[in-house]
Design a protein around this ligand. Structure first.
Ligand code: NAG
Ligand code: NAG
Length: 154
């Protein structure tokens, strides 16, 4: 009986970790905490958790190419952020996880890494309706999990 309980608890814990990895791990948004499938929109200091389909920016992946060197595979990706909002984007935080295996710290361009976030370089903004592309080289061939966590609008 005890064994069975531990077993069930282990399965529940594993499930929780897996779903957290697929989601956003509940970003803090002003004085609220967003759900796993939500993004924090910040406008004039007002924070709102919005669901996935209401997010006013999108990420589009473009696999540039893969190659093998010294027995290891590498892949270069470009990711285009598009602003679907009528306001300019001042900052965006994109969550990375263990699938984001940069070949080296220099193999990320047009974004900066802050902890597990990718963020816009400090002077960069994305105007209303405009797009911005960043790129990176990772070890392996899988497209890494990137999720928008928060967007700061003008
Ligand atoms: C990552 O982004 C989230 C959402 O904006 C923020 O709460 C968190 O502090 C950021 N982490 C780092 C290390 O900057
Ligand atoms: C590419 C894109 O989605 N552009 C939109 C950005 O936001 C403006 C203002 O809402 C829209 O008119 C564009 O269609």
């Amino acid at each position: 009986m005890k064994f069975a309980l531990v077993f069930v608890a282990t399965i529940l814990l594993t499930t929780a970790i897996v779903s957290a990895n697929n989601g956003n791990d509940g970003v803090q948004c002003g004085n609220q905490r967003c759900g796993n499938d939500q993004v924090c929109h910040i406008r004039n200091g007002d924070c709102n958790c919005v669901s996935d389909h209401q997010v006013e920016a999108s990420l589009r992946f473009n696999r540039i190419g893969s190659w093998t060197r010294d027995g290891r595979q590498y892949t270069q990706f470009d990711v285009t952020i598009t602003n679907h909002s009528n306001r300019n984007i001042r900052q965006i935080n994109i969550r990375t996880d263990e699938t984001f295996t940069l070949r080296s710290q220099n193999d990320l361009w047009n974004m900066v890494r802050q902890g597990d976030n990718l963020s816009l370089p400090s002077t960069q903004t994305i105007n209303s309706g405009a797009s911005y592309t960043f790129g990176f080289i990772i070890v392996g061939t899988q497209q890494p999990n990137l999720r928008i966590r928060s967007i700061v609008f003008n």
